[in-house]
Design a protein around this ligand. Structure first.
Ligand SMILES: [Zn+2]
Ligand SMILES: [Zn+2]
Length: 167
């Protein structure tokens, strides 16, 4: 056993593991967050592998494996309440690296919401000019759909000439 001073809360703690600098997951987590005003976003300062969500690697003693967890999910678990694997933790502020617990909520109907957005896009009216641009665009239907904010199926239909044939 050795005595270590936690880099976050500055309390002494005992550990057998090497390279341990924090007394708890909570301290490790908060060391990566820039806390700001109550209603402001609290950005994650450490690893953001895809440039969007923050990530915290952890060790699961029961499986003896390391795993990664998104930082806003860690935040929710620590400050708001328990999480199921299937829960979608969403940001009220639409700021993926934000770890202000007040900005987080579980989207119970996330699947439905996606579905709704999909339908909205599918029913979206486009004009002839947009149809022409889509027809001339290069890339996969999915990429083009994202670029023009329309559904991939509309892109396919335009390319196949089933709609906007004379645009
Ligand atoms: Zn600590
Ligand atoms: Zn926020």
């Amino acid at each position: 056993m050795r005595i270590v001073v936690c880099r976050q809360c500055e309390q002494n703690f005992e550990t057998e593991a090497p390279r341990v600098h924090f007394c708890s997951l909570e301290c490790r987590f908060w060391s990566g967050v820039q806390k700001r005003g109550e209603d402001e976003c609290w950005p994650w300062l450490l690893s953001r592998p895809k440039g969007t969500y923050g990530q915290l690697s952890q060790y699961d003693a029961s499986t003896r494996k390391r795993f990664n967890e998104k930082s806003h999910r860690v935040c929710y678990r620590l400050k708001v309440g328990p999480l199921q694997q299937s829960d979608h933790v969403l940001h009220r502020c639409d700021n993926p690296p934000c770890c202000n617990p007040r900005h987080l909520f579980i989207g119970e109907h996330a699947a439905n919401m996606d579905d709704k957005a999909q339908k909205l896009r599918a029913g979206k009216k486009i004009d002839a000019e947009t149809a022409r641009s889509i027809k001339n665009a290069e890339g996969s239907s999915r990429t083009i759909a994202a670029a023009f904010d329309v559904s991939p199926s509309l892109v396919k239909q335009i390319r196949a000439g089933t709609v906007w044939r004379y645009a």
